[in-house]
Each structure stands twice: as C-alpha cells, then as structure tokens.
Design a protein around this ligand. Sequence first.
Ligand code: GAP
Length: 458
Amino acid sequence: MSNNQVTMDKIVNLCKSRGIIFPGSEIYGGMGNTWDYGPIGVEIKNNIKKCWWKKFVQESENSYGVDAAILMNARVWDASGHTASFSDPKMDCKECKTRHRADNLIEAHSKGTVNADLLSNEEMEQYIKDNNVCCPRCGKSNFTPIRQFNLMFETSRGVTEEGQNKIYLRPETAQGEFVNFLNVQRTTRAKVPFGIAQIGKAFRNEVTPGNFIFRTIEFEQMEHQFFCKEGQDQEYYEIYKNLAWEFLKSIGIDESHIRFKDHDKLAHYAKAACDIQYQFPIGWSELNGIHNRTNYDLSRHQEYSGKSMLYVDPFTNEKYIPYVIEYSIGADRLMLAVLSEAYEEETLENGETRQVMHFHPAIAAYKVAVLPLQKNLSEKAREVQKMLAKRFMVTYDEAGSIGKRYRRQDEIGTPYSVTIDFDTMENDTVTVRDRDTMEQIRIKISELSDYIAEKIAY
Ligand code: GAP
C-alpha cells in the first residue's frame, strides 16, 4: 500500500509477534538465516503457492505439474554445470574472520554504480585495493584473495563408511523439470509448446545470506519451464515476461513497485534474460527471473545421461531438442514482497493509528474472523464459525473489546470480521466489517458463506 512506511525491522517484528515467521531453532540461539513459518505465515505462503499454481498450471491449457525428488543423481549437477561453476567469489576478512562476497562489497561501496558481475576476480581484487573497500563488520581493509565458493550443500548416500557417494541438496528445482521432460510429454501426450511447473525446496550455502527471508540457505522456488521450438522462443520469452508481471499484479502488487531489469551479462548459453525487481524495504532487488535458456539444458542432459531428449513432432515427424523459456520465482522472496506491499500504518479520523495488512483476500491467512459481541453469544458464534470453516480458514476471538479484536484482525490482514450481536439472536443476521474501508453491512447468516466466497475469489 504505502511503501515508504515499511522498514525491514517493522516487518520482522510484526512477523514474530503475530505468528507469521519466527527465527529458526530459536530456543537454541537460532541457526543463521533459517526461518520457521508460524500459523499465520504458513497459510499466507500456502496461498501464494496456490495462486501461482492456479495461474500457471490450473488455468493454463498446456502446462503440467511435477514434484521431483530433492536428492538427484549427482550427474545431474555435472550436466547442469552446477558442480563446475555454481559459485560465488568469496573473500575472508583477515582481521575479524568474517566471510564476504567480493561482488557485494563492491556494489555496496559503489552504491550500485559498479556492476561487479562484469568484473573478473582479478579486477574485483584490484577495485577493492584501489578504493580501500572495508569490511562491513570491522571497518578494516585486509582481505584474503578471492576464492570461488560452491554454493551446493553436499551430503552423502550409502550405508557403509567406504561406500559413501557424494550427493547434493538441489540448489534449484528446475533440473527436476528438465530430467522429466520426456516422461511428462509421453504420459500427457503433450505437444510442443508446453510447460512443466514445480514448487519445492531448494538449498544454497549462500556466502552472505540475510535480509530476513530475502536470501536464505533453504527456500522454496516456484519454477516453470516452457518448451518450444527454436524460432518461437523470443515470442514466448515476451509472453512469459508479461505473464510473470500480470501474476504479481493479480495478487495485489502495485505496478509502481515493480520493474523489469535486463541482465547486463548473459550466461554463455542464454539468449535473453531479465529479472522483475520489487521495491523491497532494502531497495530495488530481484524478485523473479525470466530466461531464454535455448536448448542448453536438454542437450546437456542428453550428453551426460546418454538418453535421447529429442522431441518428435507428430505432424511433421521433425526431430529436435526444444528451447526452454524459464520463469523462476522464490516463494519466500515473494512472501517478503507481499508483506511489504500489504503493510500500512493508517492514521484514523480520531487521530489514532492502526497497523493493517492489506493482503489480497486470496492471500490472507484467515478469510474471516467470527467475533461474538459478548461471551454469552458464543454458542451462536461457534455455530457460524463451524459453518464457515467448511469453506474457508476462519478464526474466532472473544477476548477483549470489539475494537481491540478488530485491530488484531487488521494486524494479520483478515479481510472480513463477522460480529454476532443481540440482533443475531432475533433475526439470524450478522454484521460484516470490511478490513480496508472499516465499513459494516448487515446480512443474513444464510447468505454469509456465499457473500464471503464472492468477495475473496481469485
Ligand atoms: N532455475 C533458475 C534459478 O534458480 P535464480 O535466479 O538463481 O534462478 C530464482 O533463482 C529465484 O529464486 C530468484 O529470483 C529468487 O526469487 C529465488 N531465490 C534464489 N536464491 C534465493 C535465496 N538464497 N533465498 C531466497 N530466495 C532465493
């Protein structure tokens, strides 16, 4: 709503106090940059994932879902290039022993005017020396040379010490879509162009994780690979840029808070790549990526697995390896955007301030709160709660004044609050309060469920 009021501290505090997100392993002093979703947070994140799946699978004529294993044959990561080059340039501060990404140090020091992606390791070391770039922790400038640091988490598979094989926690979900390309195509009888979508966990041993859930070592991705014929790839690249943009708008992200950013440097196999950036409390940063990956991924899997990845066109009998347009977005990073977008401290007519989360109703954890005006109305209120719970996530609150209860719902973004009062007992009607306008209407209990369903439809 009003991005200039939002700070990361406010979001983190609200999340902790309202059961949205807690620090991971908190009672043991935490575990750097891991976060646990609480009762409200898990609902919001599930709703984000449901909306994404609805747009990119359910409402798509030619996209199919998969849920591939997190642990994959280690050769997958040789084929994808991750074992060789999924790494960040890291330096250690010799004074305070903290580890940093050289590219981040340079970008922070130059206030974003230098794009470190375009510099070699030697050029980065030189820049840091010439400009006396300091350690953000201790303020000294005394770093080790840059070393490339692979971001994949390793683990091992095997029952005996000697027979252990090194395997990895997947650093992206995409490869589970590529390796199943022909399985999906054959079983669904899909014809190119078509898409494969997946939502799942990914893991990266990030050198400098941080900024709450923006960059973590364990996170969820929502990825969509669209397989098409060479020659149609740029057209679909543009289509997916547009779909990605429209999806963000559809869940309540204001267009003035997002922008496209073309990549300055393309991977050697990529034909085009851009991000959609969001105006986070930390500044404009990547929210999702859209890439034209050519036929690189499938070709590499064909080469490394020895299995043909050729698609045979059923009309022309032409055989080819399709091009891929990839659209990838982090569910947790989108959650942070959604939280930032929804946050408002609103000054009311009486001078008081209310903290309100203006979530899109499809995203809100609870769709409706049931509030008996007094405790002796609780039996009727519980009946209404039970009826609504058949269709929606509902919460119930009878503690404190009705004003305080409305505020509690505003803080977690419940779009509708239903009050059971003495008239309810007379004529089976209730009041429904709208979170954003705070206006109330009176409606029959028999119409309540359909009324809410219509209001929250996505
Ligand atoms: N398969 C392509 C791929 O993984 P990426 O740009 O590395 O591309 C895609 O990641 C998206 O995943 C990012 O735009 C971001 O939303 C999310 N993401 C990546 N690393 C993340 C991290 N460490 N923590 C949270 N989200 C992350």
